[in-house]
Design a protein around this ligand. Sequence first.
Ligand SMILES: Cc1ncc(COP(=O)(O)O)c(C=O)c1O
Length: 368
Amino acid sequence: MRPTKAVIDLAALRHNLERVKTIASDSKVMVVVKANAYGHGLVEVAKALPSADMFAVASLDEALILRQAGIRQDILLLEGFFQAKELPIIQRNQLQLVLHHQAQIEQLAAYQTITSDPNPIKVWLKCDSGMYRLGFALEQVAAAEKALSALSIIEQPIKLMSHFACADSDQEFSQAQISKFAEATQDLVGQRSMANSAGILTQPNAHWDWVRPGLLIYGASPMLDSMASDFGLQPVMSLESQLMAIKPIRQGQSVGYGRNWFAKTNGNIGLVAIGYGDGYPRHAKNGTPVWVNGRQVPLVGRVSMDILAVDLGADSADNIGDRVVLWGKELSMETVATFADTIPYTLCCGVTSRVPFEYINADDSHHD
Ligand SMILES: Cc1ncc(COP(=O)(O)O)c(C=O)c1O
C-alpha cells in the first residue's frame, strides 16, 4: 500500500485547547473548525474537544455535519446566512448567526412574521473595525443593534464581534482596531469577541468574552517569526510517507521536471511517495527541509504529482521504506510554509482527499 498518510494527534489537539484556555483564562473559547477543521477532519476534531465552549464554521453544511455527528455545543455560522430559506434550518438546529449587512436584518424581520418556531435565534453583530471584509461600518453599529433589539425572534442582548486584519504583523493597527470596536460598542451590553489566534497571542486586552482560535488549536503559529512550540503548543498533523526508491546521482545530473536542480557532487537521491496530488505544495523551493531518519535533508527538483525527491547525501545509510515526515512534530509546518512562500493554513487545508487519515490518542486518558 502507498505509505502516504496524515496522522492526527488528538491528544495534541486537546493539549492546545487547554493552552489557549490558559492564555485567555478569562474568556470562553470558540474553536474554529471551518474548512474541514483546517484540513484535520471536522467531525473527528469536534468530537475530540468536548471542553470547547463552542465551534465556529463557515457554512450551514459544515454546521449540519456537526449536528448530525451528535455535536451538542453551540455552533456559530461565521458568514451568517446566505438565503432566507436557510433560517428555519438554522433555528431548528439552534445555530448562531453572524449578521454583517442590513439585508440580513430585514430578512430576519420578515421571517419573524411567518415562523411558528418559538426558539430564539442567537446572533452576533459583526463590526468592521478595519478589516474591510464582512461587517457593519462602525457608525452603523448602534442603529443595526437597535433594529435587532426590536425583533422578538432574536435573543437579547445582541452579541458583538469584530476581526483583526493584521494581529500577526501590525500591533499599532490592531490596537487602533480594538479602540474603535470598543468605542462603537461602548453603550451596548452584549458579549464581545475579537481575537483570532494572532490576536490571542499579541492582544490580551482584546480577549473579551470569547476568543476564536483556529490555527493555534492545530498547533501552528500564525506569526511568521515564531513557532507553535514558543507558545507551548504541539503540532497536531503529521504528514508522512516513506522513501520509495534510492538512486545514486552523479555530479551535473539533474532531477525532475524542468531540470531545475543539478547535483553539485556525486550522491544519493531519495524518492518520496508524496506530491502535489496529496497536497504537498508544488512551489516548495529547492532546499525545503524534509525529515528523514532523524535529520533534515533538502528537497531537490520540482515536486511532481505523486513523488518528490530529496538529496540524501553521499554518505546516505537510508533504506527504501524508511519513514519521511513532510511536516509534523519533527519538522514544523511553519518552516515548510516559509520555503513554499505560503502560510501554515494553506498547507494543512490543502491535504487532498486521497491521503488516508489516521487518528491517534483519541482516548482522553492519554497524558502528554
Ligand atoms: C471571523 C474569524 N474568526 C476567527 C478565525 C480564526 O483564525 P485563526 O486560524 O487565525 O485563529 C477566522 C479564520 O479565518 C475567522 O474568519
